[in-house]
Every structure is written in C-alpha cells, then in structure tokens.
Design a protein around this ligand. Sequence first.
Ligand SMILES: Cc1ncc(C[n+]2csc(CCOP(=O)(O)OP(=O)(O)O)c2C)c(N)n1
Ligand SMILES: CC(=O)[C@@H](O)[C@H](O)COP(=O)(O)O
Ligand SMILES: [Mg+2]
Length: 619
Amino acid sequence: MTIILEQIHSPEDVKRLDDKETEALCRELREFLIENVSHTGGHLASNLGVVELTVALHRVFDTWRDRLVFDVGHQCYIHKILTGRKDTFGTLRSFQGVAGFPKPAESEHDAFIAGHASTSVSVALGMARARTIRGEHYSVVAVLGDGALTGGLAYEGLNDAGESGEPLIVVLNDNGMSITENVGGIASHLARQRVKPQYFEFKKTYRRIMGVIPGGKRIYRVTHRVKTAVKKALWPCSMFEDMGFTYLGPVDGHDIKKLTYLLQWARQINTTVLIHVRTVKGKGYPFAEEHPNEFHGISRFQIETGEPICASGKSFSGVFGETMLKLAEKDPRVCAVTAAMQSGTGLDEFSSRYPKRFFDVGIAEGHATAMCAGMAKQGLLPVFAVYSSFLQRAYDMLLHDVAISGLHVVFAVDRAGLVGEDGETHQGAFDASFLAQVPGMTVLCPASYGELSSMLEYALFECSGPVAVRYPRGCEGNYRGKWGRGTHAVLRRGKDITLAGYGVMVNELTEAAELLEAEGISAEVLKLDSIAPLDYDAVLDCALRTGRLLVAEESIQEGSVGMRIGAEAAKRGICLKNFALKNLGNVFIPHGSVPELLAMCGLNGKGIAETAGEMCHDR
Ligand SMILES: Cc1ncc(C[n+]2csc(CCOP(=O)(O)OP(=O)(O)O)c2C)c(N)n1
Ligand SMILES: CC(=O)[C@@H](O)[C@H](O)COP(=O)(O)O
Ligand SMILES: [Mg+2]
C-alpha cells in the first residue's frame, strides 16, 4: 500500500507532510523501490540506504533551483521518484526509459550528469562559485559516498572547497561500503569519528542561542573559530575540519527528523559544511542488508527469496578470474589489482586464494595504474583489471608512468564496447581509440572465452611493455574459436566484400555474411586479434582481394580502427571500390539493452548486412 506516495507528485508535496507522515512515506518508498527494481534491475542497495536522506534533502531544498549534485549518481532513484518520475519509474534503465543516473535532459531537478565516482565536490564548488560571481541565491549540495571518498578527485575538490569560504554543503553518506567493503585509511578515519554526546548537545544549544539573539548569525561566524579551537583541544577532530569545513556528525542517516534539522541548519549558516551521515546500505530489505555487494547492482530478482530471476552464467569476467588463478599459480610474480571492482571484474576467488597478491586500492584508477608501474619496475607482473570507461581516469598514468618507461603492465580491460543499461557514462566506447594511440602499446581483442585465456597468458608471459586485453560485458556469442597466435584470422572466405571487426563483433559480422549470402553476395569475415599493432598489410590484402571493405566496431569513430585503416590505405595510395565505417559515430550512446543499442547504431548483423548490401549494388 503506497497511500502517501500516491499523493506525491512533486517535492512540494513532500514538504507538506509532517514528521509522522514523512516517516510513513519513507516506508512506502522502500516498498515501491524494491517492487520496481525487482522488475527492472538496478542499484537497489545504495538507494535503499538513502531513502531518509533524500526525503530530508527534498524537505529542505528546492531542487528545481538549489543544485543537488549526486556523486556516481547510482543512488538517485528516490530523488527521481519524488521529482515527477514515479509514474515512469517502471521504465528504469530501459531504452528511452528513465535513466539510472542523473540526467539534466530528463528533468530540471537533475543538476548534473554523473556515473563515475568522486566528481561531486568539484562540480558543486564550480556551481557555488558561479552562483557567487553571478550574484544569485541558491544552495549547492553535493552527496557523496564513503566509497567515492577513496577517489583522489574527491580530495582535490575538498581541498579547494574547504578553504574557499563558498557556502556549500557536502553530505558524506558513510555506509562503510563501496561495492564491496570500503578500503583504506580514510574508511578507518570515518569509522573513528565518534563525537561525544555532550559535545553534540553543546553544539545544539549554542546554535539555538545564536539563532535567537539579535545578530546571532554574525556572532556565530566570528566565534566559530574560537569554538573550533576549543573543540579541537577537547574532542577529536575530523580531517574535514582541518580542511576548513564546518563538520557536523556523524548523524543517523535514517533519522529523518535529525537529518532535516541538520540540513536546515547547514543551509542557514552560509558556509562550507560537511555533514557526515551514517547509513546502512540495503536498509529495509534483509537480503540487501545482508549482502549489499550482491544488491549493489542487481538484475531482475524475486522479492521473496532475493534470488535473481535469470541466474548469471559464464561471462568474460568470470573466465578472466579463472585464468588469473591459473596464471598466479604458475608464476609467483603475478598480482591482481582492482580499483573497487573486485566482484565485477571476476576477482573474488583470486582475492581469497592469493590475498597477498591481490590489491583493491579503492576507486583510484590513476593510483592503480601508477602503482602497477612501480610493481612492474621492481620485477612483478601486475594485471590491472578495470572497466573500459573507468580506465579513462588513468590515461595520464598509462602514458606518463607506464608507457614512457615501456613497463610491462597488463590491463585487463573489461566492459569494452557497449555495456547497455548504465548508459553514456559507462559505455566502453573510447578505449579502442585511446589505447591504440599509446606508443608501444599492444591491444589484443579476444572474441571468445578461449581466446581471452590464451591472450591473457600471452600478454603476461610473452609480451613486453604495456598490453591491454579488452573484452566485453557478459558472455561470448556463437564464435567459440581458439586463438591461432596471429594478428588476424579469416573466419569466412568471400569475394564481393570484406567485413572486418574485432572481439564479439565477429558474431554480428558472421550473421551479416549469412544474410548477404541469401542475397547472393559473398562476404569475407576478417577477425582482427590485435588492433595495436594493427596488421595493415593483412587487412589491406583482404580488402584488395574483394575490393570492398566494411569495418564494424563498438567504438567511437574518431581514432577508430576503421579510420586508421582508411588513413593507411590513403597513405599507400590504395583505392577500394567501396569502403564503409560502421561504429558508434561521434556521439555518446544512451542506456538500453546492448541488442537495442547495436540495432540503433546499425551494428547488428542485420544493419551490417544492409550497409554491405548497398555497397555491393554496383558489382
Ligand atoms: C571512476 C569510477 N570507478 C568505479 C566506479 C564503479 N562504482 C560505482 S558505485 C561504486 C561504489 C561507490 O561507493 P559509495 O560512493 O560509497 O556509494 P554507495 O554505493 O555505498 O552508496 C563503484 C566502485 C565508478 N562509478 N566510477
Ligand atoms: C554505478 C555502478 O555501480 C557501476 O559500477 C556499474 O553499474 C557497474 O555495472 P556492472 O558491473 O553490472 O557492469
Ligand atoms: Mg558507501
């Protein structure tokens, strides 16, 4: 029964509720969330944890005007439900449905796009500065998790914000969890933050008095420093205070009254405030509370049992994890590194079997890459397992710390190509371009599980310098071949056109070739195993044999393999009868299932066959 929620059409309706009704709303929101996400899949545990926090934020702030900046953004579901997207929430993460992350194009209440961690404080500070310079009046609030606080970028923002004097509120949602348990010294620091109750009471009274007496707010600002000094002497201090923030907390993030009170106060005092909120990830759904990792990002599940509706089978990530176990057994120098993505990258078993050779460094891809450089320099064999889109964070370290020195670091680039429902921020659309540009880099593209295993072994033991082995989210397709150790393989002979691609795209190419055959067109399928270095001789030989070349790839167009082949052909003065690039274009690809997105881009078997058919009309 969602009696109160049914009456909520905008945040104004939330503001009208008294404390009791608001608590009831929170219960109903949890019910609504669990019901919906059980059908759509999504980031359940994080959202269950921020129900009261989000409701309190909407009690205090007006998000059409005030700017509420979510970090990562995976915890924005309650915000979406309260800001006019309740009735379409059943389309969450589906093609053309409600996005799983904040999206200003979707609603004026979404202040900023997010998807990658640790950006919120910087973005919020930028907004606060814009507001001040333009003489405008609104609040700016950043909501970031303790996991996001392991990312270096968060500190760059905090360091600047703390000293800035800009009125800005940072809400730190501390649940002790990243996707898996949070790591590092900061997590320990947060756990130690226990303000003595007497101090909390003293602070409350002090604030109340200052709010009542004439000129109290001004006096508050003047005496704040004295009070802080006294407090420092008497009570343990958080690093945030040292950085210049007014620190409030820790406060129970499920106590809606206390939260509302603190947020109201933080809004009034017009300074740089950090509110430390403690929450329980998965709150209110026992399965999620017990297994926050499994319910962080979940596919469709049964509410009564918490079991996924479709059991997840074998995947490229799983095969990567299994192969790593074998390789680590073979050579004690092999180490696995993750930036807070232990489970997603398939390293759970490795972490328990080889705890001394497993490193979860937090959401710190730049650090992970530079650390791998150090490990490699001193004789280890580090493998950094990282999602393609998160590796974007570490590009400079890849160039500066790994590549210039030619260090042998292996990048297991998971989620390469389209990932689907997470949308623009998560599509692995860029790595094929940006990795190939790195001097001395080898980039291998397995198209099957078997190829992933052998390419990984080859990358570790037979390559030198930086090597990336890139593979997609999910499972292999019909192609189950083994890697012949070459740079390429012709999967199917043909005489009218060459269809070239790499990774699981070869499945679409093969399907296209079959469709073309039915039309009387003979298509050759060329699988590229290495896209850096790229065997131009082999590709152009094939293309010259058929006279026509179509290159299909789940990659941004600029810097794509197709463009590189085109440039090489031009350089060599090779003129083909017809040449086409099929890729993601130079745009950001939204959320939706991978098959839907492939179809949208003309990159499925049917789309490729259509283009190829047109190319062959003159034959
Ligand atoms: C740069 C980057 N690396 C990795 C991720 C994957 N990721 C998404 S959420 C998350 C954990 C975030 O933890 P926290 O901020 O504490 O939020 P919680 O889920 O606990 O609410 C991670 C590692 C990401 N979004 N961005
Ligand atoms: C926001 C977030 O949590 C991301 O890490 C993403 O949702 C990962 O999804 P998969 O691991 O299912 O690809
Ligand atoms: Mg957390």
